[in-house]
Structures are given as structure tokens and as C-alpha cells.
Write a protein that binds this ligand. Structure first.
Ligand SMILES: C[S@@+](CC[C@H](N)C(=O)[O-])C[C@H]1O[C@@H](n2cnc3c(N)ncnc32)[C@H](O)[C@@H]1O
Length: 211
């Protein structure tokens, strides 16, 4: 194993030794709310720290894995607003946030469809928006993120490269989720007011800064 791979494994090991994170991850896998992996989680923590995020919106709380990573990178008094349509997932995440020392003061959990919740959130009020939910809605979430972000705020889409079929795999038509992910990548690339990056981390993170 190369030394770089060994270092990467150490990062993953450190995360798995964190009992709250490990529990969130396990519950996400068990309940079908696929959690972010360690590579994507570390990248999210890094991006939240790099942007000194005080206010973050997340679509797709799941059982709390990505939220825990974000909270660890955000400013100590920062608030994570996280939206999920599934109450059972959110109840689990709420318990873990609280055990991680990020109770009601730092995590605002809103139950509901993001299409109904996001339009109620404040324009320009957020430093970072993470999208990790229904892929078919990614283009709509990009429009909402543009409105929610402050200038130089950052939007991140999880699973941005998961849709890419293997080059020598069987030929098949893209499903609606894959089409939507490709559409959102095209939208940010062509938007001259955004600086975008497709990060090959985990199943791919599409990150774009709003000017
Ligand atoms: C992949 S899981 C999120 C995993 C989470 N980010 C983590 O790392 O643990 C996707 C979540 O999005 C939620 N979801 C799906 N469609 C949604 C929608 N339209 N509005 C809000 N939440 C939605 C699901 O209930 C599920 O919990």
C-alpha cells in the first residue's frame, strides 16, 4: 500500500473510531438513508471550515452523518438547518446531534419536503448549502441555493459522479435522477456568475461558489 493510501486509511479509521459518527453511519446504512462516506464527510468538514460557515442549510438529514461532519467544520456558534421529509431519520439524527454536543442551539431540524421548506428560508442568509436528497430535484435545488447563499457562499451537491456509468459497462438510457445530475453540472459550468469544481471524492461532490 502506498504511503498516501495509508494516510487516507488513517483518516477513515479516525472517523470510524468516533462512536457518534460510527452510529450515524451504521443507522443510515441500515435504514436506507445512504450516509456520506468518510472521504466525502472529511471534505464537507473542510469546506465548512474553509468558508468559516456560520449558517448552513442541508437537504437530506438522513441519520445525521453529513450533518455531524458539517457541524465539526463550522464556526463553534454556527447553526445547521437541516431538512428531511422522513421524520424517523430526523429523530435519530436529533439524538446524535445532541450527544455530539450540538443540540437545539446548533441544529435546527425541519421536517418536510425541501420543495416546500426551502422557499421559506431567508434570501442570502446562508454560507453553505449541501444537497444530498432526491437527485431529480437537483436543478430546482440549485436555483434555491443561488437565492439562499450570501455572495461567495458555497453550494455542494453530493453524489455528483455516482450517475456516471462505467465506460465498458452495458449501454443503457440514463434514469431521470442521472439526467438531473448531469443537468445541474451543466448549469453550474455554464453559469458565469459561479466558480465550480467537480471533486472526485466519495461518489463525487459538485461544489460551486456564488459570486
Ligand atoms: C441519502 S439520504 C441523506 C443522508 C445524509 N446526508 C447522511 O449523510 O447521513 C437522503 C435523505 O433525503 C431525504 N429526502 C428525499 N427526498 C426528499 C425531499 N424531497 N425533501 C426532503 N428530504 C428528502 C430522505 O428521506 C433521506 O433521509
Amino acid at each position: 500500500m502506498s504511503w498516501a493510501r495509508t494516510e487516507q486509511t488513517r483518516f477513515e479509521q479516525d472517523a470510524l473510531e468516533d462512536p457518534v459518527l460510527a452510529e450515524a453511519h451504521e443507522a443510515g446504512v441500515r435504514s436506507g438513508a445512504a450516509p456520506v462516506d468518510t472521504a466525502a464527510g472529511s471534505a464537507l468538514r473542510f469546506l465548512a471550515a474553509a468558508t468559516r460557515a456560520h449558517s448552513v442549510v442541508e437537504v437530506g438529514t438522513g441519520c445525521g452523518t453529513s450533518g455531524l461532519w458539517l457541524l465539526r467544520g463550522m464556526a463553534p456558534e454556527g447553526i445547521l438547518t437541516t431538512v428531511d421529509v422522513n421524520g424517523a431519520h430526523q429523530d435519530f439524527a436529533r439524538g446524535l446531534f445532541s450527544r455530539a454536543g450540538a443540540g437545539a442551539g446548533r441544529a435546527r431540524l425541519i421536517r418536510g419536503a425541501a420543495s416546500e421548506v426551502l422557499p421559506r428560508l431567508t434570501d442570502g442568509g446562508y454560507d453553505l448549502v449541501l444537497i444530498d436528497a432526491d437527485a431529480v430535484s437537483y436543478p430546482f435545488y440549485l436555483e434555491e441555493a443561488r437565492r439562499l447563499l450570501r455572495p461567495n457562499g458555497l453550494v455542494v451537491f453530493h453524489n455528483a459522479m455516482a450517475a456516471s456509468p462505467e465506460p465498458d459497462g452495458p449501454l443503457r438510457a440514463p434514469d431521470p435522477g442521472e439526467t438531473a445530475v448531469r443537468e445541474v453540472i451543466r448549469m453550474v459550468r455554464e453559469d458565469e456568475s459561479m466558480v465550480a469544481l467537480l471533486l472526485p471524492v466519495g461518489p463525487g461532490l459538485l461544489a460551486a461558489i456564488r459570486s
